[in-house]
Design a protein. Structure first.
Length: 482
């Protein structure tokens, strides 16, 4: 899920929406089949593919030093300065190259004609409400395999390959079916239950490590006129940010793998039942902020920042996205899912963390080597530090925090990763099956259940039905954990 929304003033929307409004309104939820067919069948290139340059220690990918480089960046809450700063580094390395930089929130609308005509940019940050469906782009062979980038010398240390400088799971996230790596996720997101330590201190409480303590704390808060939870009610696929690792914690990571694989009966696993029933209890006991089903991500985050609710399921982008409304003494923190009970398969601290902000190099890019080189620059320590210090988010580069004064949320996220150790899960449903995850499981199942319009049993039956239909849909390319 990657970057943040377009603005922090509560009016704009962007990456965090990921078809939020479109799912609700029946608009641009995913690329249309006409777009996909056109992409798949278009053989018309621009005829201006750059001839590969000479490889050297300073130019390991063989970039044509005079070829123009076209870069399109999603203009969301992360802004674009990190990208233009990296562009400046590229220009310094290749002074004869002209860089065509474009920032937009309308990725699909603007790039659809370019893909159709065989003239896409060389590097794209495929993010936002109009994010192109990754699984479809891979299935239609529209992307360049980034293995040459991963196997090239890293920007800072030629003795290390780029792949050896990345955080765990980043390479695997870019793989869909076998060894090729189609996507480079640049940001690194920690998902979980976000809260104000100051608010907990005011209740003389610590973050609850088991569900009984969670319910007890919510009851205590309710007596003080504070809701236990809120969430992006209009876009309830935020709920999985804490719910999915909760399921894995209860039943083991294999439960999520079966869900990702669209296996028959996966949603009927006892761990799913237990997790759904636990979350439904928040609704039944009145621990959800009144009106939550009707508010969006900005409204829910604002209410939470103002102390109307203790907890919100979200990603680490929330610190940057809500910077204008989070009080300075808020002491933003993130918690891993509380344990259900002592029979949980995974320990407390199990959390979802994964790459976000997906960068791609189109198969018909005129300067694919240049696009990959720009990513190599972005994966340097200096670029990583620039990004982290500017937008309060980690990057795929495994490091880049030394010497930086970490903000409270970022510091908490780093601590959560350290506590999790190997117990980090990474559900792939949102990458492999956008419509299933966002519109169907998110809105039609979880949204309905948490609004009290479906019981957990009904929600599970509905989720399984959607998954079974997706598994049988021959127009969808299917993926499985290797």
């Amino acid at each position: 899920m990657g970057s943040t929304s377009a603005q922090n003033n509560g009016e704009g929307f962007g990456r965090r929406d990921l078809i939020k409004r479109s799912a609700a309104l029946g608009l641009v939820a995913v690329p249309t089949m006409s777009f996909l067919s056109a992409c798949a069948s278009s053989d018309s290139g621009s005829g201006n593919k750059a001839k590969k340059g000479k490889t050297s220690a300073k130019n390991p990918l063989g970039v044509n030093e005079t070829a123009p480089l076209a870069v399109t960046i999603f203009d969301g809450g992360f802004g674009t300065k990190y990208a233009t700063d990296a562009n400046a580094q590229y220009k310094k390395a290749f002074p004869k190259a002209k860089i065509q930089f474009h920032a937009t929130q309308k990725i699909q609308s603007e790039l659809q004609p370019k893909f159709n005509g065989g003239t896409p940019p060389d590097l794209i940050d495929n993010s936002g409400a109009e994010q192109m469906d990754m699984g479809v782009l891979v299935g239609k062979k529209q992307l360049t395999d980034l293995t040459p980038l991963l196997d090239s010398p890293s920007f800072d240390d030629p003795s290390k390959k780029v792949r050896d400088t990345l955080r765990p799971g980043i390479v695997e996230m870019g793989q869909f079916d076998g060894d090729p790596v189609w996507i480079m996720y640049y940001a690194y997101t920690v998902y979980g239950v976000w809260y104000s330590q100051k608010a907990l201190d005011g209740l003389d409480a610590q973050y609850p490590e088991n569900w009984d303590d969670m319910l007890a704390l919510c009851a205590k808060a309710k007596k003080k006129g504070i809701a236990g939870w809120t969430y992006a009610g209009k876009y309830p696929y935020y709920l999985p940010f804490s719910l999915y690792p909760f399921i894995a914690k209860i039943g083991g990571r294999e439960v999520l793998d079966k869900i990702d694989n669209l296996e028959p009966g996966a949603w009927q696993d006892p761990a799913v039942k237990s997790a759904f029933e636990a979350y439904y209890e928040l609704y039944k006991k009145g621990y959800i902020l009144k009106g939550t089903p009707g508010i969006d991500h900005i409204q829910s985050q604002t209410a939470w920042a103002k102390g109307k609710a203790l907890f919100i399921p979200n990603g680490s982008w929330v610190e940057n996205e809500s910077a204008s409304v989070i009080p300075k003494d808020f002491n933003l923190s993130v918690g891993a899912p509380s344990s259900l009970d002592s029979s949980d398969k995974m320990p407390f601290g199990t959390i979802w963390a994964s790459g976000g902000e997906p960068f791609i190099v189109p198969a018909k890019a005129n300067n694919a080597e240049g696009g990959m080189e720009q990513l190599r620059i972005m994966l340097s320590e200096a670029s990583s530090k620039n990004f982290t210090s500017s937008v309060k988010s980690l990057t795929a580069f495994n490091g880049g925090t030394d010497g930086i004064e970490l903000t409270p949320g970022l510091k908490s996220g780093v601590a959560a990763l350290e506590k999790a150790g190997d117990n980090v899960v990474n559900p792939r449903l949102q990458d492999w099956y956008v419509k299933l995850q966002k519109e169907q499981i998110g809105v039609s199942v979880l949204g309905e259940m948490m609004a009290g319009r479906l019981t957990p049993a009904e929600a599970i039956k509905k989720a399984q039905g959607y998954a079974d239909a997706a598994a049988k849909d021959s127009s969808i390319k299917h993926y499985k954990h290797q």
